[in-house]
Design a protein around this ligand. Structure first.
Ligand code: 1GP
Length: 270
């Protein structure tokens, strides 16, 4: 509980100089079976984490069912690869982390939860109230918390609206620096710069660069990233993790998704 960081936070914070990719699964957009299929394709392509969450339409039921389906699928293939010396068992062991809209969309079976403050929200609901509502459940379930500052950047999309965010605009580098410093001063371990799911433009690389130079937190960037070259620009600016949601959801065929993500991750780190 208090003291040493848990295994999921150690894994997420272990930035080795090579940026990693995480797939975001929105339980409101797909069945648990489809989510599991997409996660298997993503992990086999080299994705290193599964985030589960969405701004609207998630609840305890669909979040938990989705987490369970993904977990079972990954455990099965981990077991299968432990029986086959040609397959790498370790590469299938990736954490399933909740990325919740609020306290009403959690699962006790996740490996961790981004326990976040939407730092540029203008409502106490996302600054502290949802956290207060969710903390007892999270403690009771024993889900590991990953303390995270979450900053919604322009254009912001649905999460910017729902979160009533005072968007961080391109060019507001001093403000980006102040959020990064504040996140570190609060003791958060992760900082997520979010452009909003489906954003027409991703987070401005200058904002990423400024945040990178202003804190030593693990830097996560997502929203509107649809190709490896865009991801590479975010990585060159300092991102440790790149998150994609929509890109993944645009493929129903597992083989095609695997191929696209493999190419994406390779370009991202080229
Ligand atoms: C949203 O940053 C994530 O929270 C992912 O965004 O769906 O645009 O990839 P996309």
């Amino acid at each position: 509980m208090v003291g040493e960081p848990g295994p999921t936070l150690r894994y997420v914070s272990n930035t080795t100089g090579v940026a990693r990719h995480a797939i975001l699964i929105d339980p409101a957009d797909q069945t648990p079976e489809m989510a599991a299929k997409r996660c298997m394709a993503a992990v086999s392509a080299g994705s290193s984490m599964v985030l589960v969450g969405g701004s609207t339409g998630t609840d305890m039921g669909n979040v938990h069912n989705t987490v369970i389906a993904i977990k079972e699928a990954l455990e099965l293939v981990t077991w299968a690869s432990s029986q086959d010396s040609d397959l790498d068992e370790e590469s299938w062991i990736v954490p399933i982390v909740l990325f919740p809209a609020g306290a009403a969309a959690l699962s006790p079976s996740a490996d961790g939860i981004t326990f976040m403050m939407l730092m540029n929200s203008t409502t106490p609901k996302f600054l502290i109230e949802e956290q207060l509502a969710g903390a007892p459940f999270i403690r009771q379930a024993g889900v590991e918390t990953l303390p995270m500052g979450y900053v919604v950047c322009a254009p912001g999309g649905r999460v910017g609206e729902v979160g009533e965010a005072n968007l961080l605009e391109s060019g507001q580098n001093d403000r980006a620096a102040a959020y990064a410093m504040t996140a570190q001063s609060y003791g958060f371990k992760l900082l997520y710069l979010e452009a909003g799911s489906g954003a027409h433009t991703p987070v401005d690389p200058e904002l990423i660069r400024t945040a990178r130079e202003s804190c030593n937190l693990t830097l996560i960037v997502g929203g509107g990233i649809r190709d490896g070259a865009t991801a590479r620009r975010a990585v060159e600016a300092g991102a440790d993790w790149i998150i994609t949601g929509n890109l993944t959801e645009s493929f129903d065929d597992a083989d095609e998704l695997q191929r696209v993500l493999k190419e994406f991750i390779s370009t991202m780190n080229s």
